[in-house]
Design a protein around this ligand. Structure first.
Ligand SMILES: [Mn+2]
Length: 398
């Protein structure tokens, strides 16, 4: 016989879980995990919750087991699972949601700082505290398996949709990098609204040994055509970057391909940044895009940038790089005009001042939570109906 209940397994047995998950069919991943948790940790039940696209609901992944006794979906804004998701920490509930005398542990399923969902596990009340450490490892393994599974199954993507995703949004979501990432030197996170209908906005970043490259773009118009413009811009920049080209070459490629494929008054505004990770010095190209805001020593200042023309208007546009330097403790916020210019017909806009106020008032939040709150504030300002995409990318320099 194997381990008895409540005997902490050697972490080597995680290897068994990895092998079982690696060979399981996508429909069995949750059951494989649940069986392992029962076998090694004495778990009575477990449920994997996935966050929907708008990060308002945690949706259970159906499995063969009964799952959490409370069943159903959980709200991100409250409850133990919601707190675990928002605050990215293990949350303990002494009484597992009405399940007799079980202990319930909620563990964020996270890749670096991008939170995909929460693993909720019901355990006997006398379970050792150190079991939580094993569950954190299990949740990390699950997060990587889920991220990889996107390449061969629609199962988890489909569960994350509370309603139909627009075709333009389908293109844009495929294009996005991991929404939040961090290393000792920086943390970055981005958010987009309206999550189910985004069309023209997108962002991208890439980390190399010496550089962090970031782009944020906003394609003119809405819907499918804007998504095609935006995806061509990002693909042109990525293709050049992966071929070793610097941001001037990336900007030139975006401009050239947009101009060739979408002649006439189609364009994409954008900002491209290349930051030296050792020095914090940044080169920036500003293609007719709203100025970034910098929170430094408690005060918000715009980064002074001269605008060049948007990408795609003229074949002979020459872009210039401008410079600024990030310091320890800085928070940089990149946005599209859908954030600051959100307004009702005849009403005042959300405005830079409101964004600046939020930057100072919510400086204690992580970049992930800050962009979630900022885009939620813009959505609320418009009573839940945006007329333009609203995108925010937040970078903390440590
Ligand atoms: Mn816009």
């Amino acid at each position: 016989m194997g381990a008895t209940r409540n005997v902490l397994p050697d972490r080597e047995v995680l290897g068994e879980l990895i092998r079982e998950l690696d060979t399981a069919a996508p429909y069995d991943l949750v059951d494989v995990c649940e069986e392992w948790l029962g076998r090694w940790l004495g778990a009575r039940w477990s449920t994997l919750l996935l966050a929907d696209y708008s990060q308002t609901v945690l949706e259970p992944v159906p499995g063969r087991g009964a799952g959490a006794p409370s069943g159903g979906r959980y709200a991100v804004r409250d409850g133990a699972a919601g707190a675990s998701y928002r605050e990215q920490r293990v949350v303990r509930e002494p009484d597992g949601g009405g399940a007799g005398h079980d202990l319930m542990l909620c563990v964020p399923v996270t890749i670096r700082t991008e939170c995909l969902g929460v693993l909720v596990v019901g355990l006997p009340a006398q379970t050792e505290d150190s079991v939580a450490d094993v569950l954190v490892d299990v949740a990390t393994v699950l997060a990587h398996v889920l991220a990889g599974a996107r390449r061969y199954t629609d199962r988890f993507e489909a569960l994350r949709r509370r309603k139909d995703l627009g075709l333009a949004a389908e293109i844009q979501w495929e294009l996005l990098p991991v929404l939040a990432y961090e290393l000792p030197v920086f943390s970055i996170a981005g958010a987009l609204e309206p999550t189910y209908e985004i069309g023209g906005d997108t962002f991208d970043y890439a980390v190399s040994a010496s550089r962090l490259t970031i782009s944020i773009t906003d394609a003119v118009g809405h819907g499918l055509r804007a998504a095609l413009l935006g995806s061509l811009a990002v693909a042109a920049m990525r293709n050049t970057r992966r071929g070793g080209g610097e941001i001037l070459a990336q900007a030139a490629a975006a401009n050239q391909h947009l101009h060739e494929q979408f002649p006439g008054p189609s364009f994409v505004t954008g900002q491209l940044l290349e930051i030296d990770v050792f020095e914090g010095s940044a080169l920036v190209i500003n293609a007719g895009h709203p100025t970034p805001l910098l929170l430094r020593d408690g005060a918000v200042v715009p980064v002074p940038l001269v605008p060049d023309l948007p990408f795609g208007l003229y074949s002979d546009t020459v872009y210039r790089t401008q410079r600024f330097t990030l310091r320890h403790g800085d928070r940089l916020l990149l946005t599209t005009d859908g954030i600051t210019e959100a307004h009702f017909a005849g009403g005042s806009a959300f405005g830079v001042d409101r964004v600046a106020e939020l930057l100072t008032a919510q400086a204690h939040h992580s970049p992930t939570e800050f962009v979630r709150q900022l885009t939620a504030a813009v959505l609320e300002f418009r009573n839940g109906e945006l007329s333009d995409d609203a995108t925010a990318v937040c970078l903390d320099w440590h």
